[in-house]
Design a protein around this ligand. Structure first.
Ligand code: AMP
Length: 271
């Protein structure tokens, strides 16, 4: 790794880092391609991080498709693949010595429904940036709250890395690409489109004033389609403050998380 970083440094080439958990799809690859287009030395990591899973079954069932991943990365022109083991990432064990003061961000939405998840995310990204002190960190808007959390962690730790947020890539029917989509059977895959339809419904129906009926209609749409909904929320896109009322001016984002069977899907849309 150091050799690659030194070579890039010698050429004054910037480094772009794309952390992933593998089972790569075109959404991940779009991050690599964006970094590549910007002329960076592109480093991708694949590491299914045990400390960010609050559900042991989700961790055990997480898809692993390493040969296909390598093939896609080679085709996209990725320069370096970092494929660490658990002991390489956590030589002193999984317990973190650092607590990240994420404040409000950790108390809502994914933070509320997945206790400890964002501490695990910060732990792994902090550690990865220790090994790969990249100039730019490429993240997907698909994980909207995660982008905010990582930005906060980078600020708290005083790291020199700049975040680049890339748009969510979707399947032709609108479903946000996700490694977990592989775990949907045919029936669930057909139903899954309802997540993006619901976000579109919010976007097209949004009016200044009370938002509670819009939110409860959206939850009903998901539940009627067979989802078990964790949340559908509308929030301030800058702060993630949850909104029950819209002044017609504040930039908003709609976010949702819902289960189809035992597969949990998340998505969001700027309104
Ligand atoms: P993951 O492997 O799920 O941890 O994702 C690795 C990175 O890819 C994260 O920054 C995600 O936000 C991003 N990503 C995941 N799905 C998509 C997508 N459909 N479009 C764009 N980026 C994505």
């Amino acid at each position: 790794m150091n050799l690659f970083l030194q070579k890039a440094g010698a050429k004054q080439q910037k480094t772009g880092f794309v952390p992933t958990m593998g089972a790569l799809h075109p959404g991940h690859i779009s991050l690599v391609e964006t970094a590549k287009q910007r002329g960076h030395l592109v480093i991708c990591s694949i590491f299914v991080n045990p400390t960010q899973f609050n559900d042991a079954k989700d961790f055990q069932n997480y898809p692993i498709t390493i040969e296909s991943d390598i093939d896609q990365l080679e085709k996209a022109g990725c320069d370096v693949l970092f494929l660490p083991s658990v002991s390489e990432m956590y030589p002193n064990g999984l317990a973190s010595k650092t607590h990240y003061e994420l404040g409000y961000l950790e108390t809502v939405l994914e933070g509320k429904y997945r206790p400890g998840h964002f501490q695990g995310v910060c732990q792994v990204v902090h550690r990865l940036l220790g090994i790969i002190p990249a100039d730019f960190l490429y993240l997907g808007q698909k994980d909207f709250q995660q982008c905010m959390v990582i930005k906060k962690m980078i600020g708290l730790q005083g790291l020199k890395t700049t975040i680049v947020i890339c748009p969510t890539l979707r399947e032709p029917d609108g479903l946000a690409m996700s490694s977990r989509n592989m775990r949907l059977d045919e029936k669930a895959r057909t139903r899954a489109v309802e997540i993006s339809s619901t976000l579109n419904y919010i976007k097209t129906s949004l009016q200044p004033g009370d938002l509670s009926i819009l939110k409860s209609n959206a939850i009903k749409k998901l539940n009627d389609a067979g989802f078990k909904t964790d949340y559908v929320e509308i929030a301030d896109a800058e702060t993630l403050a949850l909104k029950d009322h819209w002044d017609g001016k504040t930039k908003l984002v709609a976010l949702c998380a819902a289960f189809l069977g035992d597969v949990r899907l998340i998505d969001n849309m700027l309104l």
